[in-house]
Write a protein that binds this ligand. Structure first.
Ligand SMILES: C[S@@+](CC[C@H](N)C(=O)[O-])C[C@H]1O[C@@H](n2cnc3c(N)ncnc32)[C@H](O)[C@@H]1O
Length: 229
């Protein structure tokens, strides 16, 4: 794996992974940490009613696990989280350890990364008493209703949609594939993503979702929120 990738320092001092064969990075080069914090925590986890105790999160693209670690960092003491992450091409532990070594400011919960990446696939793993984690080792396209039943009746509160950019992986942004994820949302659920592409937003609208454009992370004008209600 290590010969197919490079670690790049982003503008906020955190790192990202550059995939040579795709000419694509896992995060914004303007700041991996800042992007994750802005898109998935401030405009995701923190947009949920803060009195809600049980929160179900579905992530598309586990990658380095940065979004999961920051979710653990920013969850409140009374909250319990079920976090399912879809990742057909998991990075190995050596690569992930190397990735976090390059960080100038680590998420507080970074020591949990080995538990996350080594957890048993396709089932809930208790990472700590308030954080359950399930790594779905398959493509979003292959997820079934049976997989979503793992969330129980409450279904999904937030989707962190963190696929590679539409120019690099167009198949992740078409209506059929987005519906694979958004069908799991409950009535108050929403999707958050760094992507603000026009066609993607039209695809979300065609699925009956209400779009809200909000200010993007460092160096980006806009990002997208899409609400079920
Ligand atoms: C932008 S990167 C993920 C960033 C990740 N959240 C992080 O913080 O490192 C996109 C991720 O989507 C994964 N991916 C690729 N094809 C996928 C598919 N069909 N379904 C779900 N995830 C996919 C990639 O392997 C990669 O880890």
């Amino acid at each position: 794996m290590l010969n197919q990738i490079e670690f790049l320092k982003t503008r906020d001092g955190s790192s990202t992974i550059y995939l040579k064969h795709m000419d694509e990075t896992y995060h914004s080069i303007n700041g991996a940490f800042s992007e994750s914090l802005h898109v998935y925590i401030i405009n995701g986890l923190k947009k949920i009613d803060q009195d809600q105790e049980q929160i179900n999160i579905l992530e598309v693209g586990f990658g380095t696990g940065l979004n999961a670690l920051l979710t653990m960092d920013y969850m409140l003491p009374h909250q319990r989280i079920n976090y399912m992450s879809i990742e057909p091409f998991p990075l190995d532990l050596e690569t992930i350890n190397q990735y976090y070594k390059e960080f100038c400011h680590l998420p507080y919960n970074t020591p949990f990364i080995s538990h996350l990446i080594q957890s048993e696939y396709q089932k809930w793993n208790v990472i700590h008493e308030r954080f359950n984690f399930c790594l779905m080792n398959k493509k979003l396209q292959d997820l079934t209703d049976f997989d979503y039943q793992m969330f129980g009746e409450n279904k999904v509160d937030i989707i962190y949609y963190d696929a590679f950019a539409p120019v690099k992986q167009p198949e992740m942004w078409n209506t059929e594939v987005i519906e694979k994820a958004t069908k799991a949302l409950n009535n108050k659920g929403f999707l958050t993503t760094y992507c603000a592409q026009g066609q993607f937003k039209r695809n979300l609208k065609s699925l009956g979702l209400r779009i809200e454009g909000v200010k993007g992370p460092l160096g980006k004008r806009e990002m997208t929120l899409a609400f079920k209600e």
